[in-house]
Design a protein around this ligand. Structure first.
Ligand code: KIV
Length: 290
């Protein structure tokens, strides 16, 4: 936990609750400048996806610094195969639930495919919806230097923007599938993308599926914090999709995923025990009856 980022629940200077015993303890919000300070001091921050109330609350209270309402909701909430079909109208209520539930974390929303590519005006209009209707604190868009003008327009409109480069899932069909980006000579392109986006005002640059060496070179080339997912260990922050991190999703995991729990087994065991109890007449017992 970076010392520059507001302390997690119950551990910071607000833990004594100066407002009085009955008042809720104030929690300081993580802001984009805290992430910037973390990079300047060589500290790191943690980011996870979240799509609804309880995980947002749990991750927030566990000290996750940034929550991303990712367009990965498409294939982790809505049952699609890729992130491409999810819409603004589908993501907005998820974003609102996460924003309402997180008291400390910076909440970012992905602008889904088709909601920002047409023009800077379209990107500003969609970003405004996520801040006004989704209550997000910033947004993330996928794409390289080509989107510098779009980022500039959004930042000028007051929308904090995280740029997402490297493997960009919304472009999986043009990139030829899930492939590592920025290998060999392509590293130069990635560095140029990051510099252009940071110069346009992006408050951070996220890199997905990029060789560790390339990601380190990108991080060294820009002053704003970098976030990695499958991008090695030199970035300021790390992000994972929470269902991967906590073992809720089944199937093959990407190499970059580390699983910290096996929620799929835990939930499945709980559901089987419940069904067994119902079928055998053990639930509800007298203690659950009126
Ligand atoms: O939507 C998402 O979950 C993402 C992460 C892969 C960073 O963009």
């Amino acid at each position: 936990m970076p010392s520059e980022v507001p302390a997690p629940y119950g551990t910071g200077p607000t833990a004594g609750n100066p407002a009085g015993a009955l008042a809720p303890k104030p929690v300081a919000r993580v802001r984009t400048h805290h992430l910037q300070q973390a990079k300047a001091k060589g500290e790191r921050f943690a980011m996870l996806t979240a799509y609804e109330q309880y995980t947002a609350e749990i991750f927030d209270q566990a000290g996750i610094d940034v929550l991303l309402v990712g367009d990965s909701a498409s294939n982790n909430v809505f049952g699609n195969e890729t992130s491409i079909p999810v819409t603004v109208d589908e993501l907005l209520p998820l974003c609102r639930a996460v924003s309402r539930s997180a008291k400390r974390a910076l909440v970012l929303a992905d602008l889904p495919f088709g909601s920002y590519e047409v023009s800077p005006e379209q990107a500003v209009a969609t970003g405004v919806r996520f801040l006004k209707e989704g209550l997000a604190h910033g947004v993330k868009i996928e794409g390289g230097a080509f989107y510098a003008g779009t980022v500039r327009a959004m930042v000028q409109a007051g929308i904090p923007v995280m740029a997402h480069i490297g493997f960009t899932p919304q472009s999986e069909h043009s990139l030829g599938g899930y492939r590592v980006q920025g290998r060999g000579d392509d590293a130069t392109r990635l560095i140029e993308d990051a510099v252009a986006l940071a110069n346009a005002g992006a408050f951070s640059v996220l890199m997905e599926m990029v060789p560790a060496e390339t990601a380190a070179a990108v991080d060294a080339a820009i002053d704003v914090p970098t976030i990695g997912i499958g991008a090695g260990n030199a970035t300021t922050g790390q992000v994972l999709v929470w269902q991967d991190m906590a073992g809720l999703r089944g199937g093959k995991m990407a190499k970059f995923v580390k699983q910290y729990a096996d929620l799929r087994t835990t939930l499945s065991d709980a559901a089987k025990s419940y069904a067994d109890d119902v079928r055998s007449g053990q639930f509800p017992g007298p203690e659950h009856s009126f």
